[in-house]
Design a protein around this ligand. Structure first.
Ligand code: 13P
Ligand code: SF4
Length: 359
């Protein structure tokens, strides 16, 4: 296979870690205990009983506010189980959240995820109110590239289409030809019929795609601050400590990690692998909360849990979701000219996905 991978120096600004914030507690009444008991049964394997009185009043209040506001909560697979299993209406990877955001008939969309996910929901629903419970929930990949950088890339490679990971700002999407997610990156690149494609901003996702296709990939130097911390040596130590363990890895991991994996896929791809294959022991080489969320649904599978937290995802908490619904904050807005151009890149990705499903 003849292929090459070019790297371009880019700014990699890593956002700071989560600060601890004091959150007021709502009372755990008998009524709340009764209303939330079935939900606790669902998550009892991953949330200690002693913690439930802290979460339950917020869960009850959020579920009430959701119907009052005709709101829907989209939650990414990295959200903690009390959000993912107890208040979310739609859960999934970035691709699923974008596709569902495009279909919802709710008046208000609350995104329990990071800012680029909320922006993507707004791009697809310009007339709806999209809220994010904490505006500081960023992403090191989204911070690694600007719209201006993309314009420079286009000047330098005028004939190469630009495929942009959804983990980017609306400005960056607006300068791109098409978006992709970790679930469809190879298919999107190959759908373009080009010899050379620019793939931004994740160097490791680009690297992975280059290993799966004959298309010449030009990459950027961004990376995910959570996945880049995993190493091949760490994976080998899981294998020696747990003979027979199945290793699933996200394509944002460095190449030495992916080389050790039995399966590489998006967060939903990994979850589906566990649901379908039912390995007796598995390690998901990705953000911590994934294992908790999948473990709730697959109690027969033993999870070895590396714990790399995404500080941005962890900014989203139940009290902040409640405040978001009560105070209608923080509304995501996008400049209309950016919005329209970004929408073209996102909908083109969804259209390619639909065409591939039909084929
Ligand atoms: P997925 O689209 O696979 O859920 O990945 C999103 C993400 O931010 C991974 O770090
Ligand atoms: Fe961004 Fe990495 Fe966090 Fe995903 S896990 S939101 S790519 S920083």
């Amino acid at each position: 296979m003849q292929k090459s991978l070019h790297k371009i120096a880019g700014a990699g600004i890593i956002l700071g870690v989560t600060t601890l914030e004091r959150e007021p507690l709502l009372p755990y009444t008998d009524q709340v205990a009764k209303a939330t008991a079935p939900l606790y049964e669902r998550v009892a394997s991953v949330i200690p009983e002693a913690e439930w009185p802290v979460h339950a009043p917020y869960i009850a209040a959020i579920n009430e506010w959701k119907s009052r506001r005709r709101a829907v909560i989209l939650a990414h697979n990295y959200q903690t189980p009390e959000i993912y299993h107890c208040v979310a209406d739609i859960v999934g990877d970035s691709l699923a959240l974008a596709a569902e955001a495009a279909k919802t008939d709710a008046d208000i969309i609350v995104v329990a995820g990071v800012h680029f996910m909320a922006e993507t929901a707004k791009i697809l629903n310009p007339s709806k109110t999209v809220l994010i419970p904490d505006v500081k929930a960023g992403c090191s990949l989204a911070e690694s590239i600007t719209g201006g950088d993309v314009r420079l890339l286009r000047q330098r490679y005028p004939d190469a289409p630009i495929v942009t990971y959804v983990n980017t700002s609306a400005d960056v999407k607006a300068e791109s030809d098409i978006c992709c997610t970790s679930a469809n990156a190879v298919a999107i690149v190959e759908s373009l019929g080009a010899k050379r494609v620019i793939m931004i901003p994740d160097q490791y996702l680009a690297n992975y795609v280059a290993s799966q296709t004959d298309v010449d990939i030009v990459s950027w130097k961004g990376s995910c601050e959570v996945h880049e911390r995993f190493t091949g040596a760490e994976i080998r130590s899981y294998r020696s400590g747990h003979p027979g363990i199945v290793v699933l890895a996200h394509p944002e991991c460095p190449p030495d990690v992916l080389a050790e994996a039995d399966f590489v896929g998006s967060t939903t791809g990994m979850a589906q692998y566990v649901h379908r294959q039912r390995p007796s022991k598995v390690v998901m080489v990705t953000e911590c909360s994934m294992s908790d969320n999948v473990a709730v649904e697959c109690p027969d599978v033993e999870f070895v849990r590396p714990c790399n937290l995404c500080p941005h995802m962890k900014r989203i908490t139940l009290p902040k979701i409640l405040t978001s619904l009560e105070a209608m904050q923080f509304e995501v807005t996008i400049d209309p000219s950016v919005q329209e151009r970004a929408r073209r890149a996102v909908t083109r990705m969804l259209d390619v996905g639909r065409a591939l499903t039909r084929a």
